[in-house]
Design a protein around this ligand. Structure first.
Ligand code: PEP
Length: 259
C-alpha cells in the first residue's frame, strides 16, 4: 500500500520526553490551538513520535479531541516477533495506528550500536506492516563536506530493499552536529544535501524519496528553511511545546506546498 501525505510533513520527535499524561495534555492543548478542520485543509500533515508508552494515549485522545495528528514510533524491532525482550514489533505499532517509524536516528545509531542489517530489518518490517520508515542520515562533523557520508548511509539501507520497498521510504537529513544544538545547517548546506541524496538514490536505485530536514528547527528559523525543495521537517525540542509546534505548522501552512 502506498502511503500518501500532503506537501509538508511536520514530524515531532519527542525522544524520551512526554509520559502518557503529558501526551494527553499536549493533545488537549493542540485541540484548542489547532481546530481539526484547519489542520485537515492546511497542506501540512502533523505527526507526533512519542515514546512507546504514550502511543496508545495519543491514538485514543487525538481521536476523541478531534486533532488531525498522524502517529509515528521512534524505533522498531528488526525482528517480526518472538524472543526479543524489550523490543516492540512493527505489527504492534501498526495496530496502535502508527503510520511512520524512525529508522536510524543518530541517537539510536549511537546508543544502540545499530548495524546495517538491523536498519534494513527495521525498514523492511515497518513496510511489511504498511508503515513508512523515515530513514535518518547525517554527517558527524560540521566542518567537512559530508555529502558522501550521508549518501552512503542511505545507500547501505536502500541497497537491500526491493524496488517497491524503496518507494515507501522517506529520508530525513539530520546533521548530527545540528541536533539539539540550537544551530541549524545553513539553507545552502541543506539544499546541497537534499539534492545530493536525491541524485544519488535516483542514479543508483531509481528511487525518488521525499527528503525532510531535522536539526534545531524552531519557530524562529522555519521561515528560512521553507524554500529548499524539502518535503518537511523532523523537529525535536521545539515540538514539545504545543504553542511552538503550532507556530511552525502555521508558518508552513502559509507557504502551502513544496517550495
Ligand atoms: C531530532 O532529534 O530529530 C531533532 C531534530 O532534534 P532537535 O530539533 O532538538 O535538534
Amino acid at each position: 500500500m502506498t502511503q500518501t501525505c500532503p506537501p509538508w510533513l511536520l514530524a515531532a520527535n519527542w525522544k524520551m520526553n512526554m509520559d502518557h499524561l503529558q501526551t494527553l495534555e499536549f493533545i488537549r492543548e493542540l485541540s484548542i490551538l489547532m481546530p481539526e478542520k484547519e489542520a485537515e485543509n492546511s497542506g501540512v500533515e502533523m505527526a507526533i513520535f512519542p515514546p512507546f508508552t504514550s502511543l496508545r494515549t495519543a491514538q485514543v485522545f487525538s481521536t476523541s479531541y478531534q486533532v488531525a495528528l498522524s502517529l509515528g514510533a521512534q524505533d522498531v524491532s528488526p525482528h517480526p516477533s518472538g524472543a526479543f525482550t524489550g523490543e516492540v514489533s512493527a505489527s504492534m505499532l501498526a495496530r496502535l495506528g502508527c503510520k511512520y517509524v524512525l529508522v536510524g536516528h543518530s541517537e539510536s545509531r549511537k546508543n544502540h550500536h545499530e548495524t546495517r542489517e538491523e536498519l534494513v530489518g527495521k525498514a523492511k518490517n515497518a513496510i511489511a506492516s504498511q508503515m513508512t520508515p523515515i530513514l535518518c542520515v547525517g554527517e558527524e562533523e560540521k566542518g567537512g563536506e559530508g555529502m558522501e557520508e550521508i549518501c552512503s548511509q542511505a545507500e547501505e539501507v536502500f541497497c537491500d530493499l526491493g524496488k517497491e520497498e524503496r518507494e515507501k521510504v522517506i529520508v530525513s537529513y539530520e546533521p548530527v552536529w545540528a541536533i539539539g544544538s540550537s544551530v541549524t545547517a545553513s539553507p545552502q548546506r541543506i539544499s546541497r544535501a537534499a539534492s545530493a541524496l536525491k541524485a544519488d538514490l535516483f542514479k543508483k536505485f531509481g528511487a525518488s524519496p521525499r527528503i525532510l530536514y531535522g536539526g534545531s528547527v524552531n519557530e524562529g528559523n522555519i521561515e528560512s528553511l521553507k524554500g529548499l525543495g524539502l518535503g518537511g521537517f523532523l523537529v525535536g525540542r521545539a515540538s514539545l511545546s504545543p504553542a511552538e509546534f503550532t507556530a511552525i505548522f502555521r508558518c508552513l501552512e502559509k507557504g502551502k506546498g513544496l517550495a
